[in-house]
Every structure is written in structure tokens, then in C-alpha cells.
Write a protein that binds this ligand. Structure first.
Ligand code: SIN
Ligand code: CO
Length: 400
């Protein structure tokens, strides 16, 4: 299908400079046609699968602040049959991993590093349905598909803001509308993190939320330090580097803090360790079970042979690829939480390996280049295949 989501006139530089992570922006479709890549029935089908994360939020306006209820999927056809005509919203997470047309929507957002993109969540709502007044910790592009939605935007809020008690949803107890917009098919609303927002469907509505990975600082420190701790031994200890008789024996003076900071800097803030850890952290799949190791493990020669005989590889839609170039001859590839040191012969190929095949197109050209690069290239392909990040192109087999 390959349709553009962002209008031709969208100025990416201006957006990154003035809006990204700062303030909301409503990007109107201005008459540009928008064709939903999925149908409501397909979404209901996804919500019935136990390996797809889905939620159903209902509102009962007569119940005041107790109006919101949440149910987690999987659902059944009977569940949908029992729903009222209005005031509910079905949310399906990571539809990009299951639907090629939805995955293609991400192509327009490659001006933001791919490792920042989390997933495309889709909501199907009936009249009056929505998820209530809330905020998210991450940036989001809300692309309106079918129907219309009213978006009320509030101010900046954070984890100290009061929430409605006794609901399983994180809903804001207070919401002061500062902007009030009605969006139509193809309109896009960008929201920075921590901005209060409240969407309500006007008639049946589909909204595509492109969400981003924004690790918390607590998560960063916790995970990085756990990783570094694995290499530290009990006998590596604090040492008094310049002992002297203290003027006040109970005092921990600034020199001690400086010494601790040096120690932490040396252990925790080693640049290559930090980028290796971050690469692994950011490429960890959202649903690791969807990247199982290959049943038939292949050695590099066997894979080379299979590729020469016509096997086509595609990326696992649940896989995440990124790389760091430490120097022109020293780079690391990060795939699905693994860090793979790459020799100089492969360094030039990493950007293409990370960029191509995101849309289900076989990686033929990159595979050829990797095979031409020699044994290291074949070994890399075999490793990615064996760990489940590259898959045989089943469409290709169907075609034959
Ligand atoms: C929706 O699609 O209605 C909810 C998306 C959001 O508010 O983040
Ligand atoms: Co939200």
C-alpha cells in the first residue's frame, strides 16, 4: 500500500526544533485522503488472540468518577456481542508486529531514530468511548483514521498529579481544558510526554498511536548498574587514596565524595560499556516470546548454501536492530537485546542492515553484501537467523 501519513509540507527540522518533547502540534490532513490499513473486524480478531495485548475500556457517564472500567484481553466474539452500542474503546498494542500495512505507517517517522519507536497501538472506539483524561510518559503521534475524535488537551502534569482513586486506570482527578480540537481522518495530533489529554470518539473511530520508548532514569540506572555489577568482584573495594589525620573525625568531607564520584565514573560511565548496555536495552523486544530461537539452528556454511539456493530472509517483525560505530573499523550491532561486536569488514554494512527490511521486504541485497564480506558476514547472518531475528520469507515460499 505504502501511503504517506505525514503531509508533504511537514517540516521535520522545524518540528524537532520547536515541538518534539516540548509542545503539542495538530497536523491537519487538509483534504488528503486517509485509507485505514485495518478494518474494525480485524482489530476485534486481534483482540481475541492470547498472544496480542488488548484492553477494553468502558465508561459509564452516570457513575461520576467511578465511570471507568478496564478489562484485559483476550476477548471472545461473545464478549463483543454483549457490549453496548456506545461508550467503549478497544485498544490493541503493537499492531505493527502483526499487520504489514500498519507497520508501513512507521516509515514516515524514520526522522526519529528507529530505536526510539516503541509500537503502533490502535484504538477502536464507539461514540463517547475513550480512555479517559490521562497523560503518558512518552511522546505520541495520534493519527486519526476512521471517524472523528474530540481531543481536549490540558496542561503539563506529572507523577505528583492527583489521580482518580479506585480505578485500574491512571486517570487524572483534575482536568482543565486548554485546547479543544476535533480531528478527522488523516489528521495527526502530536503530544509530548506529560501532557494531559482526553480523547472521546464522535461516532465509530479508529486512532493509531505511534508511541516511543522513553526509558525512565530509574530504569536506566537500575539496569546499567545491574549489568556492570556482574563484572565486579567482592574484593574490589573502596580505598583511601590520600589518607590523612582528620580535623573532625566524624566528618565525611568533599574529597571522599570526589573519590566516590571518580570510582563510579570509572566503573559505570565507561563510554563503550554504556553504549553496549543502551543498545541491548533499547533493542530488547517488547514481547521477547515473539523472537524465539530458530528450531533448525544453521551453521554459517549451511545458511550460505541455503541463501545461494534461493532462501530469502526477512526481519522478524518483533525484532529491533540498532548499531554504534565506535570508530570506522570498530562497530557493534545490537539486535533483540544482544550486542554483537563487528569486525571492520562489516562496519559499512550495519546502517543498511538496520534500515532495510523493516517493511517485510526481503533483505536480499544486504544478505548478498554480507556474504561477499566473507566468513564474518556469513557468521553474523547465521547468528541473527539462529537467535530468531531473521526469518525465512514464508511469502516467498507461498509464491513458488
Ligand atoms: C486513544 O486512542 O483514544 C488513546 C490514545 C492515547 O490517549 O494515548
Ligand atoms: Co494517551
Amino acid at each position: 500500500m505504502n501511503f504517506k501519513v505525514l503531509p508533504e509540507t511537514f517540516d521535520k527540522e522545524d518540528f524537532l526544533h520547536n515541538y518534539w518533547q516540548k509542545k503539542p502540534l495538530l497536523i491537519r490532513a487538509n483534504g488528503k485522503t486517509f485509507v485505514d490499513p485495518v478494518e474494525p473486524d480485524e482489530l476485534a480478531g486481534f483482540a481475541c488472540e492470547d498472544f496480542i495485548e488488548s484492553r477494553l475500556i468502558q465508561s459509564h457517564p452516570a457513575n461520576g468518577s467511578r465511570q471507568w472500567t478496564l478489562r484485559n484481553g483476550p476477548f471472545t466474539e461473545q464478549d463483543f456481542g454483549r457490549l453496548p452500542e456506545t461508550h467503549w474503546s478497544l485498544l490493541i498494542q503493537a499492531v505493527d508486529q502483526w499487520h504489514e500495512g500498519v507497520r508501513e505507517m512507521l516509515d514516515d517517522f524514520r526522522f526519529i531514530p528507529s530505536w526510539r519507536i516503541d509500537d503502533v497501538m490502535i484504538s477502536y472506539a464507539t461514540d463517547g468511548g475513550g480512555v479517559g483524561p490521562h497523560f503518558d510518559y512518552y511522546d505520541v503521534f495520534l493519527i486519526q483514521g476512521l471517524g472523528k475524535k474530540r481531543w481536549r488537551l490540558g496542561g503539563h502534569v506529572d507523577s505528583n498529579s492527583a489521580l482518580i482513586p479506585d480505578t485500574p486506570l491512571r486517570l487524572l482527578a483534575e482536568f482543565k481544558t486548554e485546547e479543544d480540537w476535533i480531528v478527522e481522518p488523516g489528521d495527526i495530533l502530536y503530544l509530548p510526554p506529560n501532557l494531559a489529554h482526553y480523547g472521546t470518539a464522535i461516532g465509530d473511530s479508529i486512532t493509531y498511536s505511534i508511541g516511543f520508548r522513553t526509558p525512565s532514569i530509574a530504569g536506566i540506572i537500575d539496569d546499567l548498574s545491574s549489568e556492570i555489577m556482574q563484572e565486579l568482584r567482592e574484593d574490589q573495594r573502596y580505598v583511601d587514596t590520600a589518607p590523612r589525620i582528620p580535623a573532625r573525625t566524624g566528618e565525611i568531607d568533599a574529597r571522599v565524595a570526589d573519590q566516590l564520584i571518580d570510582l563510579l565514573q570509572e566503573r559505570l560511565l565507561n563510554p563503550s560499556k554504556v553504549s553496549r548496555w543502551f543498545g541491548r536495552y533499547m533493542t530488547t523486544p517488547k514481547y521477547p516470546d515473539l523472537v524465539p530461537v530458530a528450531d533448525n539452528q544453521l551453521d554459517p556454511d549451511a545458511l550460505r548454501q541455503a541463501l545461494t539456493e534461493g532462501l530469502q530472509l526477512v526481519k522478524n517483525p518483533s525484532s529491533r536492530f540498532a548499531f554504534t560505530e565506535h570508530s570506522p573499523s570498530d562497530a557493534e550491532l545490537y539486535v533483540d537485546g544482544h550486542a554483537i561486536a563487528c569486525p571492520a569488514s562489516l562496519t559499512d554494512l550495519l546502517p543498511r542492515l538496520c534500515e532495510t527490511g523493516t517493511d517485510g521486504i526481503p533483505l536480499t541485497a544486504v544478505c548478498d553484501s554480507l556474504l561477499h564480506a566473507g566468513d564474518d558476514g556469513a557468521a553474523l547472518l547465521a547468528r541473527l537467523y539462529n537467535q530468531g531475528s531473521l526469518l525465512p520469507d514464508l511469502d516467498d515460499e507461498d509464491d513458488e
